[in-house]
Design a protein around this ligand. Structure first.
Ligand SMILES: [Zn+2]
Length: 468
């Protein structure tokens, strides 16, 4: 840089009435005071808990292709309108549907015992009436890999690895390969079916369902999860030297082409209406429970956050707050991928200033993490948010984030993201089970979540600088 340019730049900085670069854009005193005032209102406000109660009670499970999903979409539209969102609309998303039917399993040899199981997402059916076969035990996916191809003809492959419990859910990814890809490996080894220990941390007799890596159609062999106590039972039987024979009857249905929806509500920005702060959760749920912690809680937190900001500010924040209730997350981020693809195609992806999804249950927020692509000059804003969340027990955390599962397609296109990290110590006790119900949710935790989300969403929408 030559001297003339330096002089010009200094002159510009000294005289610039507004902001020459992000580094010069503080979070104003008024913005901070408003964020604190909103936070302190949110911590006494039960609207997220009430929204969640309505969704889980008046609708229940919301699995794509079922009447429950349709009712959930209607509920989302009506609730956003009733809460006073400026714009409410939906976007159709094409997908391939799958539903479960009969699912039973019994040990036949050495003694008759019922097993508690559930089909994994897009599991193929067994022959009508079921199949009977001996199980062959593998302690992990890696152990099944070592078996010779074709060596399990006429047998059922049983993988028994157990998910470990961590506050941040770190055990999930490690254990999950058995669920997502076990069916392919079992087929390669010649097995008739795949049986896995549920990917979950509880000791209740509830199996955990969940997606496989299949996007359309069916898994290569019937793929089933056992509850943790049932998996323990089979491991003990084998420990006694038995070769258990079981009967497995799984009847599922490929629904073919169906349409789901992303449901969207907006609070229009007063000054930069085209610039969007994204918050949200996914509206679909697995079919076994009522989708309370996964992800009714996230839906309710996002809806309550935007509503609280609207009801307690004289004017709308500078930017638009867009609440997205994504469709068909559980079967592979289908709504989220379609949303991002459409914004990439029409160029509005550039208007997405920052975003985050709440999809890790209903535990309290304890950390604030930011994506690596947030500009150095905007870091002080994230630090300010974390500081104002400090009273809620939140601290600033290192590490990169995509901002939640449904934010991943947006993050991949360069949208900055934050992660309001929730305590997920108990999340995988309930996750994808019949026990994912409203009674498990603590109203105090819901209030704490909304308080933290309000600080984030309000400052992101009000601070005039760029996060990129
Ligand atoms: Zn979820």
């Amino acid at each position: 840089m030559n001297q003339i340019k330096i002089v010009a730049l200094v002159a510009f900085i000294l005289t610039a009435p507004t902001f020459a670069s992000n580094s010069l854009i503080p979070v104003s005193k008024e913005t901070k005071e408003m964020a604190v005032s909103l936070r302190d209102k949110a911590i006494k406000d039960d609207s997220a808990y009430e929204i969640l109660k309505s969704l889980t009670t008046e609708v229940g499970a919301r699995h794509p292709g079922t009447p429950g999903e349709k009712a959930g979409i209607e509920w989302g539209i009506n609730k956003l309108k009733a809460l006073g969102f400026d714009k409410v609309y939906t976007e159709d998303v094409k997908m391939n549907g799958w539903v479960r039917g009969i699912e039973t399993a019994e040990v036949l040899i050495p003694s008759y015992q019922k097993l508690t199981i559930t089909a994994l997402g897009r599991s193929k059916s067994t022959p009508e009436g079921g199949l009977e076969a001996q199980i062959v035990h593998f302690e992990s996916y890696a152990d099944l890999e070592k078996a010779a191809d074709g060596s399990l003809k006429g047998k059922i492959a049983f993988i028994s690895n157990r998910m470990e419990r961590f506050k941040n859910g770190a055990g999930y990814g490690r254990a999950n390969i058995a669920r997502s890809k076990g069916h392919e490996l079992a087929a390669k080894k010649g097995a008739e079916a795949l049986l896995i220990r549920s990917i979950g941390t509880d000791d209740h007799r509830n199996p955990h369902t969940g997606a496989t890596n299949v996007a359309m159609g069916y898994t290569m062999v019937p793929a089933v999860a056992l509850s943790n106590p049932d998996a323990d039972q089979l491991v003990r039987l084998i420990g006694y030297g038995h070769s258990p024979k079981i009967r497995l009857n799984i009847q599922t249905k490929d629904l073919g082409a169906i349409v789901t929806k992303n449901v969207i509500g907006e609070m229009t920005g007063r000054e930069l209406p085209n610039e969007v702060v994204v918050i949200g959760g996914h509206l679909d749920s697995w079919d076994l429970g009522t989708g309370a912690v996964d992800d009714g809680a996230g839906v309710a937190i996002a809806m309550a956050t935007a509503t609280l900001i609207k009801n307690n500010t004289e004017m709308r924040p500078r930017r638009t707050i867009r609440v997205i209730l994504w469709g068909a997350e559980e079967l592979g981020l289908i709504g989220a991928r379609a949303y991002a693809k459409a914004r990439e195609a029409d160029g509005t992806i550039a208007n997405h200033v920052i975003g985050s999804e709440s999809d890790f249950g209903a535990g309290p927020v304890y950390g604030l993490q930011s994506s690596d692509n947030i500009s150095e000059n905007a870091m002080h804003v994230v630090d300010t948010m974390a500081g104002l969340m400090g009273e809620l027990g939140v601290t600033r955390r290192s590490g990169n984030t995509s901002g939640g599962p449904d934010m991943m397609p947006l993050a991949a296109l360069g949208v900055p993201a934050l992660n309001l990290m929730q305590d997920g110590t108990d999340y995988f006790d309930l996750h994808h089970t019949p026990d994912d119900t409203f009674d498990k949710v603590n109203p105090e935790h819901m209030r704490q979540n909304v308080a933290a989300w309000t600080v984030f969403a309000f400052i992101a929408a009000e601070w005039p600088g760029s996060f990129k």
